[in-house]
Write a protein that binds this ligand. Structure first.
Ligand code: 13P
Ligand code: SF4
Length: 306
């Protein structure tokens, strides 16, 4: 039996579902039951009959799945696969700003620890942040942890006072305008598709800004044939698969998330076989973090709260 057959047999035996983010290596995306962006994956984690979820992604993703589905076993192929940005906000700053602005809403990008979620009013992902911030009744918003996504949302929702926090994704944040301009020079016909975690000076050069799922939809519907894709390179595998006649390039060779690349087929097989790396969250913390996640799912589905 090869490793793919072994994983399929284990999945059946354990009534397991493999959820994979677009950034994990292609062989893992290929074996997954669901491949998606952070939002689609959290929706799936909240709504499945599987008993075991293998979360092929970084740890905040597995944590969110466990928060939403506490009765399921959630396994992380690599427990050390982390997103550095998930830790880049402090309880102290949240408390300070809550004292300063009585109507403050703390809006927490899903790329954050369970602890940060628990201190927040609502979660968002890159695909629904604009819609959710717009739907909140609060004027003052503290957007954590990502400064760049916060600034992008502020530009789209000018009626709100959005207070930014100093977090960032080390990969997307490194895309300086000069790098993108050089890539545009090398591919002058290419449309530029960019993730909102990129810095604002670079974002201004984009033809389209959106989540990984948004980028995939845009490329599929576009009549253009060449694209410069300014997000983690794992997305290119899906883009090429879905659009055989089109050409995709990354702006730099090393646009690569080290945490996501720790997820391998061998590790997926091992956690299914030995039941290792289960995500555990203490119940009071889980319940506190569940509230903003459920509010996100509700607001993303409905729009404005009544
Ligand atoms: P998505 O919201 O597009 O899934 O992005 C997640 C992420 O980690 C981006 O760096
Ligand atoms: Fe975190 Fe950046 Fe990796 Fe996304 S690409 S998981 S934000 S480090």
């Amino acid at each position: 039996m090869n490793i793919q057959e072994e994983i399929r047999a284990l999945k059946k035996e354990r009534n397991a579902l493999i959820l994979a983010h677009y950034y994990v290596p292609a062989p893992v995306q290929e074996i997954a039951d669901v491949v998606g962006d952070s939002f689609a994956l959290s929706q799936k984690a909240a709504d499945t009959d599987a008993e075991v979820l293998v979360f092929a992604g970084v740890s905040f993703m597995g944590e969110s799945a466990k928060i939403l589905s506490p009765d399921k076993t959630v396994l992380l192929p690599d427990a050390g696969a982390d997103c550095p940005m998930a830790h880049m906000a402090t309880e102290e700053n949240i408390r300070k700003l809550r004292d300063q602005y009585p109507d403050l809403a703390v809006v927490c990008y899903i790329n954050s620890t369970a602890r940060l979620k628990a201190l927040s009013d609502v979660c968002v992902t890159s695909s629904n942040a604009v819609k959710i911030v717009r739907a909140l009744p609060n004027r003052n918003i503290y957007f954590i942890p990502d400064r760049n996504l916060g600034q992008y949302v502020a530009g789209q929702v000018p009626e709100k006072n959005i207070i930014l926090n100093d977090g960032y994704c080390p990969i997307h944040h490194s895309l300086m305008p000069e790098l993108l301009l050089a890539a545009k020079e090398a591919h002058p016909e290419a449309q530029v598709l960019m993730h909102p975690e990129c810095p604002p000076e670079t974002l201004r050069l984009a033809d389209y800004v959106g989540s990984t799922a948004g980028i995939l939809t845009h490329a599929r519907l576009s009549s253009h044939e060449e694209f410069l894709v300014a997000t983690e390179e794992g997305v290119l595998w899906q883009l090429c698969r879905e659009n055989p006649g089109k050409h995709f390039y990354t702006p730099t060779e090393d646009f690569c998330c080290p945490g996501m690349k720790l997820v391998t087929l061998e590790k997926v097989r091992n956690v299914l076989k030995y039941n290792t790396n289960p995500v555990e969250i203490e119940e009071p913390l889980r319940l506190a973090a569940l509230r903003p996640l459920e509010r996100m799912l509700r607001l993303a589905a409905q729009g404005r709260e009544s």
